[in-house]
Design a protein around this ligand. Structure first.
Ligand code: FES
Ligand code: FES
Length: 158
């Protein structure tokens, strides 16, 4: 089968039953996508499929032909980090870091769909990504900062 990941085409020998997380990590070297629970609960493995935040640990390859898969390695823009990445750095969000690629992929997909969220919407959108280090206050602040940066950029472009 042929899969498109971060804009590159990959030929993959598989019957479609393998889960995306293991193709990414074990075969293609996209180890920024993390294994947490393996059961679709924690969000550590989140990637984008056609722009939608998707848990790669429960997504079989058969569901992905013809779709655009994006991992944390492909989130940055041509000459700059994605505003979500920049905000997570600026606010020194991570502690151990294990959950962070999933947090950022969830936040980026959320802000693409809702560029001007209120606090409650941020909490709801990020609420199913778990952080065992408890960085939730900084995660929320970073999503707020990224939303502001994206809004400012739209103003400049308008
Ligand atoms: S590792 Fe996929 S949701 Fe936890
Ligand atoms: S930073 Fe350690 S689990 Fe989130």
């Amino acid at each position: 089968m042929e899969l498109t990941i971060n804009g590159e085409k990959h030929q993959v020998a598989d019957d479609g039953n393998r889960l995306l997380l293991w193709l990414l990590r074990d075969e293609l070297g996209y180890t920024g996508t993390r294994f947490g629970c393996g059961a679709g609960i924690c969000g550590a493995c989140t990637v984008h499929v056609d722009g939608i935040a998707t848990r790669s640990c429960i997504t079989p390859l058969a569901a992905l032909e013809g779709k655009e898969i994006r991992t944390i390695e492909g989130l940055a823009e041509e000459n700059a980090l994605h505003p979500v990445q920049q905000a997570f750095i600026d606010l020194q969000v991570p502690q151990c870091g294990w959950c962070m690629s999933g947090q950022m992929m969830t936040a980026a997909a959320f802000l693409a769909a809702n560029p001007s969220p209120n606090d409650e919407q941020i909490v709801e959108a990020m609420g199913s990504n778990y952080c065992r280090c408890g960085c939730y206050v900084r995660i929320k602040a970073a999503v707020q900062q990224a939303a502001g940066a994206m809004a400012a950029r739209q103003d400049v472009l308008a």
